[in-house]
Design a protein around this ligand. Structure first.
Ligand SMILES: [Cu+2]
Length: 204
């Protein structure tokens, strides 16, 4: 995507039914079914984002945006997520809060090799519980998160009637330290970690 305007929720046309979320200043990552696997593709890459009118920032993100697109799936889904690295350094993705096999946890150099620039790594796991999660790198992670690499991973309950809501929004607030007249966040400021994720549900 080339701009960060809020897109209409992506109503599922394959796989189990659920009520999709609206990502404020963002959008949901499309997928395809391959047998009983739900396949997604994230591309880690440098992005340019206009944070305020006329105030452009050079960030890192996914699929043209920072924060990256929201991944939505359903409890019990088997997901296969291709991660292509178009950054100038290694990366990985850690699926924060998901219960998964150790080899899929995305900590570079510990439970998987780092993904070098130009390469694609494939993650496969079963979504064991519903909830609002996030994804982010675990390879030079303080720098990469300070540069804007993160996104939502919403796992909907298997039963679409379970705590069904009228409207569902997610929004991610991330503080960047960008000096006046410059474009690139000062990544060392990330040591004062400032990141907030919200899921705001409107019950009927
Ligand atoms: Cu984490």
């Amino acid at each position: 995507m080339t701009d960060a305007s809020t897109q209409a929720p992506l109503v599922p046309t394959s796989g189990p039914d659920y009520q999709p979320v609206a990502t404020l200043n963002g959008w949901t990552l499309p997928w395809r079914m391959n047998g009983d696997w739900k396949e997604f593709h994230l591309v880690a890459e440098p992005v340019e984002r206009e944070l305020a009118p006329g105030m452009k920032a050079y960030l890192w993100g996914y699929n043209g945006q920072s924060p990256g697109p929201t991944i939505e799936a359903v409890e019990g889904d088997k997901v296969r997520i291709f991660v292509t690295n178009k950054l100038p350094e290694n990366t990985t993705i850690h699926w924060h809060g998901q219960r998964l096999p150790n080899g899929m946890d995305g900590v570079g150099g510990l439970n998987q090799p780092h993904i070098p620039p130009g390469k694609t790594y494939v993650y496969e796991f079963l979504l064991r519980r519903s909830g609002t999660y996030m994804y982010h790198p675990h390879s030079d992670e303080m720098v990469q998160m300070a540069m804007g690499m993160m996104g939502f991973f919403v796992v909907h309950p298997k039963d679409p009637a379970f705590r069904r809501v009228a409207r569902d929004f997610v929004f991610l607030l991330n503080a960047f330290d960008i000096e006046a007249g410059s474009y690139v966040p000062k990544v060392n400021t990330m040591l004062d970690f400032n990141l907030w994720c919200w899921n705001s549900r409107v019950f009927p």
